[in-house]
Design a protein around this ligand. Structure first.
Ligand SMILES: C[S@@+](CC[C@H](N)C(=O)[O-])C[C@H]1O[C@@H](n2cnc3c(N)ncnc32)[C@H](O)[C@@H]1O
Length: 247
């Protein structure tokens, strides 16, 4: 019999229910662990309720602008979890910037709010250093909005982040969501050693450097500065490298 993780809760939209089948096998090893979860974009709390019930010993930080009446349902739905759920009202970029200064660490980070291309990249860049070794970071709506303008959907922002940090994670799921797991120090060292060997072997047959460039227009840097709170030093060189890297 399957568990109803949302039993007794009230939602006008339960966004998490369709993700549970993707998540449960990836999270099983943490089920009883006192992990820390960060979520940007909580709406009425369906993903927060799932995390709180699936990880009964976890602490969950939920960041959302809560600009509308959905906050009432969020408060009601998370009330039973008491201080295991920390509610932070405000923009994702602003909150993550503060968490960075507070040197906070999370095992699981879910980015589900602020979905323009530039927001997606900005949030990911801020969140990544706070993700613990072996931690999981995930985005919703990776393939959403194929008819929308590239700057209005998260896809290219997520891809730019993935290109920028290539070699530091492994992809655990790619589809409606993008889910990656940060490599441990040992895994990184092994991957770097393997990459060096592969480079020596393939140096004579390398593909042209501009093969399959990321399709991002030049407004990304300006957009990123627009969503950024300004207190983090952003490496323009690193972003440019990500934008022009091969896939
Ligand atoms: C799709 S809903 C999140 C759904 C939720 N994770 C769930 O599974 O139930 C997106 C949420 O992101 C929030 N949001 C949008 N832009 C944001 C931003 N810049 N900072 C923080 N939250 C934001 C919205 O207010 C909305 O509640």
């Amino acid at each position: 019999m399957s568990i109803d993780w949302f039993d007794g809760k009230e939602f006008t939209s339960n966004f998490a229910t369709k993700r549970v089948l993707i998540w449960t096998p990836l999270f099983q090893h943490w089920a009883d662990k006192p992990i820390k979860v960060l979520e940007v974009g909580s709406y009425e709390g369906s993903s927060a309720v799932f995390f709180a019930r699936f990880f009964p010993n976890a602490e969950i930080t939920c960041v959302d602008t809560f600009w509308n009446s959905y906050e009432i349902l969020f408060d009601k739905n998370i009330a039973e979890f008491g201080d295991r759920i920390e509610k932070v009202k405000g923009s994702g970029i602003g909150a993550l910037d503060r968490f960075k200064d507070e040197r906070r660490r999370f095992q699981l980070i879910y980015l589900d709010g602020g979905k323009s291309r530039d927001h997606a990249l900005g949030l990911a860049l801020l969140a990544w250093p706070m993700l613990a070794s072996n931690g999981i970071m995930m985005w919703d709506d990776y393939n959403w909005g194929s008819n929308a303008k590239p700057e209005q959907r998260p896809h290219d922002g997520i891809d730019a982040f993935l290109a920028l940090h290539r070699g530091e994670y492994r992809i655990r799921y790619s589809g409606a969501q993008m889910i990656i797991q940060k490599l441990t120090r040992q895994q990184l060292a092994k991957a770097e050693a393997q990459a060096k060997t592969a480079k020596v072997r393939s140096s004579s047959s390398r593909a042209p450097a501009n093969n399959g460039q990321l399709q991002l227009d030049g407004s990304l840097l300006a957009g990123l500065r627009g969503v950024w709170s300004g207190s983090i030093s952003l490496s323009r060189k690193a972003i440019k490298r990500a934008l022009s890297s091969t896939r």
